[in-house]
Design a protein around this ligand. Structure first.
Ligand code: HEC
Ligand code: HEC
Length: 337
């Protein structure tokens, strides 16, 4: 039964290949190089990652052609040297317009099941439609994006190679997603330590690691697993009043979700200041002070955020541990630039 359905699937897939004899579709499958303990990134069955799609997505990522006035590319707010985050609280979009949220890292974004800080986007494959058309980001209609790309002979042939068709609403965000899925980081000193290199972490970083994963601090109960996130949405007590940005509540319309945001990865976190959904904490010292004080005491604050009583040396050790999550090979990887 199973074999039969594979045969039918095979016929169906072949039947779906473009019939255009001029098509130059080339599908070189992408060879994932996954760090130890990492699963494969989340891919849609209808959109396998190929070398051609990744290359096209990379070109689009760095090209200001996707912004209204040709002033911004994705990389204007997601800087490779900042682990694809940005060093300002709120990144200006076209005409200097400001949104509400801090530009997040794209480290390991191919593993995130629900995108954006409120989880409002269900798939990386379509996420880019948001920044391209958002009035506070690139402010370009998708019709205009498609027209611009298809007016460019080079892009047209690159789309033909990657998808067997011209640029479209379907393939533009998917090419960008293909590139972003390759932004995999698992080569920090912490990783080398867990793989048996006792010298990879200083004694201070090791003390910080113990604190981080201790029951007393419980950082590791939210920032858990290979990507330091359990992918839940919680209120970590950042504010007493979440003002214009209630976070997850914007998606669920459930008042119990006010102030809940997705638990972010902490990989490369030392490179991604300022912190939190609105960039309101300037550095890691401020983050640790926030948790040590037990948050602001918002009524919906998660009970694991509570006064910790960390002394100054413990706070320094925790920061030293967070700094050991920096993967310099990732940041310097020329495949990503
Ligand atoms: C003006 C700055 C800006 C530009 C330009 C921009 N982004 Fe973003 N990006 C953001 C902000 C801010 C968020 C957080 C949005 C939210 O949580 O609602 C974000 C979120 C994302 C996310 C979700 C990450 C996560 O962890 O949930 C992805 C993926 C992403 N951007 C990719 C892109 C791509 C691809 C482009 C280019 C087409 C782009 N961005 C252009 C600022 C920008
Ligand atoms: C109850 C779950 C929870 C616990 C426990 C927790 N965090 Fe967080 N953490 C979050 C959430 C949610 C955010 C994002 C909040 C936002 O965007 O406003 C966050 C954000 C952060 C950030 C900022 C990341 C960024 O990119 O902006 C750091 C650093 C951090 N936490 C470290 C820690 C440390 C260290 C501990 C332990 C002392 C800890 N967290 C405990 C849920 C938690």
């Amino acid at each position: 039964m199973r074999i039969l359905s594979f045969i039918f699937l095979g016929i169906w897939l072949t039947a779906c290949q473009p019939e255009d004899p001029m098509s130059s579709l080339t599908e070189t499958s992408y060879a994932w190089q996954l760090p130890a303990g990492f699963p494969a990134p989340i891919e849609s069955p209808d959109h396998p990652t190929t070398v051609e799609r990744v290359a096209l997505g990379k070109r689009l990522f760095y090209d200001a052609i996707l912004s209204e006035d040709l002033s911004l590319s994705c990389a204007s707010c997601h800087l490779p040297e900042k682990a694809f985050a940005h060093d300002v609280p709120i990144s200006p979009g076209v005409h200097g317009r400001l949104g509400l949220r801090n530009s997040p890292t794209l480290t390991n974004v191919g593993y995130v099941p629900r995108l954006n800080k409120d989880g409002g986007v269900p798939k990386l494959d379509i996420q880019s439609l948001v920044p391209i058309s958002d009035v506070n980001e690139m402010n370009l209609t998708m019709d205009e994006a498609i027209a611009r790309l298809n007016a460019d002979a080079d892009y047209r042939s690159e789309f033909q190679r990657a998808y067997g068709t011209d640029a479209s609403l379907y393939n533009i965000p998917r090419a960008l997603a293909a590139f972003m899925r390759t932004l995999i980081s698992g080569g920090s000193p912490y990783d080398r330590f867990t793989q048996g290199d006792q010298t990879a972490l200083s004694p201070a970083a090791q003390r910080g690691m113990e604190l981080f994963f201790s029951e007393r601090l419980a950082c590791g109960s939210c920032h858990s697993g290979f990507n330091f996130s359990n992918e839940t949405f919680v209120n970590n007590g950042l504010h007493l009043d979440y003002g214009q940005d209630p976070g997850r509540q914007r998606v669920t319309i459930d008042s119990a979700d006010i102030g809940s945001f997705r638990v972010p990865t902490l990989r490369n976190v030392a490179l991604t200041a300022p912190y939190m959904h609105d960039g309101s904490l300037a550095d890691l010292e401020a983050v640790i002070a926030h948790y040590n004080q037990g948050g602001q005491g918002h009524p919906l604050q998660d009970e694991r955020v509570r006064p910790l009583g960390l002394n100054a040396a413990e706070q320094r050790d925790l920061i030293t541990f967070l700094e050991a999550l920096t993967d310099t090979a990732f940041v310097n990887n020329t495949n990503f630039r």
